[in-house]
Ligand binder design. Structure first.
Ligand SMILES: Cc1cc2nc3c(=O)[nH]c(=O)nc-3n(C[C@H](O)[C@H](O)[C@H](O)COP(=O)(O)O)c2cc1C
Length: 270
């Protein structure tokens, strides 16, 4: 059983690759929080948590999920953090929050393309492809390690000398009033569909962030086909990124939903 949270598809891709190799089911953590689903029976199968690193730690919705989840009959338990260079203390947080409810046997991190457009520009198509190809090889290594039942801390980008400060910054940062849409909005509602926490609602055909705070997954900014969603002024002249195999399950489109489909939106062929 693989529990996943993903904003722009990196973690979803990693989780899907692992779940396919281990023949496990996937559970989306944001949806589980929404539906208040806390109890799972793993039937002695492996249990994995796959998520992106935010501000050297966990996305807030993952913290929320972990604070109540109960897993009966867990097999080998592992976590995989996807990050753009520093996986910080996210995996330590998983164990801290789970406490005695579940013991994590192994922790991994995977370098994947940056999606934090507010922080720095995202990689271009070629650079992102090179990073994703290397990530696939790393994920396959993780799969072999999980299958072999290897234990311990297997991360290569972990550690943070400013963890407390980063987490304070995250709490200050994740107010949705930072988001806005501009004149390029074509009212396609993709932002509403891709928001994993379902915080964006479309009223009068335009997006409204209907909660004061969110996890800041950046899916709305990165996946708007017209680059019409901004975070302050900083994202206006920056690129956008989402994983090329991102399965947009929430759009109800037969997966895989590919970049070309976005380009069709771009040309107005909806
Ligand atoms: C709010 C936010 C904070 C982030 N903080 C970090 C960080 O502390 N360290 C890091 O290496 N990457 C950081 N990133 C980059 C993501 O962890 C990385 O791109 C991840 O693979 C995205 O996964 P996803 O596509 O599944 O959402 C951050 C991204 C966001 C949106």
């Amino acid at each position: 059983m693989i529990f996943v949270f993903s904003g722009t598809g990196n973690s979803y891709h990693a989780a899907k690759r692992i779940a396919t190799a281990l023949e496990c089911d996937m559970v989306e953590m944001a949806a589980a929080v929404r539906y208040k689903r806390t109890f799972y029976n793993a039937s002695d199968e492996p249990v994995g948590f796959v998520f992106p690193v935010y501000f050297h730690g966990l996305p807030s919705v993952v913290e929320e999920f972990l604070s109540t989840v109960e897993v009966r009959r867990p097999g080998h338990v592992f976590c995989v953090s996807t990050c753009a260079g520093e996986s910080g203390r996210a995996c330590e947080q998983v164990q801290e929050i789970l406490g005695n409810r579940l013991r994590v046997d192994a922790s991994y991190d995977v370098l994947m393309p940056e999606n934090a457009v507010f922080y720095e520009d995202v990689p271009g198509k070629d650079e992102a492809k090179a990073i994703n190809d290397a990530a696939d090889a790393a994920i396959d290594g993780i799969i072999s390690s999980i299958k072999a039942g290897e234990k311990g801390d297997r991360r290569t980008m972990a550690g943070s000398d400013c963890f407390e400060k980063m987490r304070e910054d995250y709490e200050d940062f994740r107010f949705t009033d930072r988001f806005s849409y501009d004149e390029n909005c074509i009212e396609c509602r993709i932002c509403e569909h891709v928001c994993p926490e379902q915080i964006i609602k479309v009223y009068h055909r335009k997006p409204v962030w209907d909660d004061a705070m969110c996890s800041m997954c950046m899916s709305c900014v990165n996946m708007c086909p017209k680059r019409a969603i901004q975070m302050g002024d900083i994202t206006k002249d920056r690129g956008r990124y989402f994983h090329p195999t991102y399965y947009m399950w929430s759009l109800g489109v037969t997966p895989p939903y590919k970049r070309e489909d976005f380009e069709r939106y771009d040309k107005g062929l909806r």
